[in-house]
Design a protein around this ligand. Sequence first.
Ligand code: TYM
Length: 381
Amino acid sequence: MESPGSSTLTHSFVRSLTGGDTKEVRRWNSVPAAKATSSANPQIIFSGIQPTGVPHLGNYLGALREWVRLQDTAPKDTRMFFSIVDLHALTVPQEARQLKTWRREGFATLLAVGLDPSRATVFHQSAVHAHTELFWILSTVASMGYLSRMTQWKSKLDLPEDISLEDSAARAKLRLGLFSYPVLQAADILVHRATHVPVGEDQRQHLEFSRYTANSFNHLYGNIFPAPEAIISPAKRVMSLKEPTLKMSKSHTDKRSRILLTDSSEDIHKKVKSALTDSDASVSYDPVHRPGVSNLLEILSHFDGRSCEDLAAEYKSSSLQSLKGHLGSQISLHLQPIRERYLSLIADKTNYLDVVAEEGARTASANADVTMRRVRETLGL
Ligand code: TYM
């Protein structure tokens, strides 16, 4: 059964969001969901990013660039909410001053990449209390069995994927907040009655859980929540420059494994130049046997628009070095205006960022309160 939003989202619009890959969206439609009552509602888009420092190229291609694309192409009555999910960041130990800096840097980055506060609501999750209220309410219907099978708490604690909650290592290390992280994520999405959630591939499992939890709630209490659909970016999974079988991430110990959106042109060239490839100096596209060079081709294709196969054919007769040089130039050209806007926003001595954040929190609270009034009434609170 389709969610209310999908019925109004045109096929060509979805195609433009997924780089032509409409089956990504259809896959979400195939998960059964209760029919919600709000069929006349316009589409609502929600997504979030953790404040873990300046975002990297994976965050950008997998999420932020798509958020801006949506902002610029979605029908006018589509509402959009993008959040720095600072409460999620607390599921691993944080140093207060560092977190404060990262929240600000994250916020500045969202504006620097092109989110326009007059079109999209940008806010800090912790400033909108309805997220945590709904989190608690959803935790009364969320399945422990489902949560225990999910992978993120295991990977964050360096535990094997097949470990069970009964295992002594899991019991010793696992904290409730990390375990229930997906419930807060479901609350983020559902409190805004989001119909579409643009994310990278690594968030697929969390989106499935959100749909399942919306369905569980609706089944018990009536049709309150639309089932959110994931919009998976065409850049599903940007890989590490140093370990190309792993996704590019903030947690890798080698800083050269990721390109930050604020890196200088020189740093970008150095990082691309030092990207790990194999002993073969030629260029070909073969993600299974040649993950390093294939990752470079994939990143280039996301800037260039041509397919990896076409790019590989072009560079076949030249060298890996020239591919790396061209890729470094493309990335720095694209990121330069973002970096400049970011530096000017972060250096701004007026309280512009705070004003935008406060306004965003007000708008997001007003939207979330509409949901919470219905939820409270439904529950008899
Ligand atoms: P986070 O902060 O890890 O990542 C933010 C977004 O960036 C995408 N991403 C990538 N995409 C492609 N390749 C990569 N290497 C890569 N690394 C990260 C992620 O898929 C994500 O879209 N749990 C979420 C934050 C969150 C959220 C939400 C998202 C909290 N509540 C509600 C959507 C809706 C997270 O940790 O994302």
